[in-house]
Design a protein. Structure first.
Length: 193
């Protein structure tokens, strides 16, 4: 099975994440999308980052009505800080029957050359790029790379940071979150401080 890995803190997961994941599942050759919840980096200040398992639960709630979208805690089990190349190696060892690809925004493509072992990643994995609003031009180094696929997905400019700020300021952000996620966030009084 061809699986697209969509990494994020998902703090919280919002409709923009689901729009992109669903678009990749329906309009590319990816058969499943795994929403890989990235754990809290112990070297960084926690600030408003929810507990790893709370964020995983939010992803589970958001994706349960989408059979092609699955939550993943794969990085919870790996040593921190972790690199994408290590996650890919771990997945290929544990699930050699699957083919793993990356899903990333166009903005991340510009810094791909700074990733640990990016050459290895490009040699062994496809990368599916969704468009982002950006002032900079794309990194020409990867423009015609055979492993990089630009997907004509909707441009979604919804920010988890803005959602958290709005919750803190008692604004109604209900339309930006999947209903069950919104209910869980409100019930648990998340992001109020």
């Amino acid at each position: 099975m061809k699986i697209g890995l969509y990494f994020g803190t998902f703090n919280p997961i919002h409709i923009g994440h689901l729009i992109i994941a669903n678009h990749m599942a329906e309009h590319s050759d990816l058969e499943q999308i795994w929403m890989v919840v990235t754990p809290h980096n112990p070297l960084k200040q926690k600030q408003t980052l929810l507990d790893d398992y709370q964020r995983l639960h939010l992803v589970r709630l958001a994706s349960e009505d989408y059979p092609k979208i699955k939550p993943s805690d794969i990085e919870f089990k790996l040593p921190q800080p972790n690199y994408t190349v290590n996650t890919l190696a771990h997945l290929m060892e544990k699930s050699p029957q699957h083919e793993f690809s990356l899903i990333m925004g166009e903005d991340n493509l510009k810094s791909l050359h700074k990733w640990k072992n990016y050459e290895y990643i490009l040699e062994h994995h496809d990368i599916y790029i969704y468009p982002r609003v950006s002032e900079e031009t794309e990194n020409q180094q990867f423009k015609n790379h055979p492993r990089i696929h630009m997907i004509d997905a909707p441009i979604v400019e919804i920010s988890s940071t803005v959602i958290r700020d709005n919750i803190k300021n008692n604004k109604n952000i209900r339309p930006l979150l999947p209903h069950k996620v919104w209910e869980y966030v409100v019930h648990n009084n998340f992001y109020k401080k």
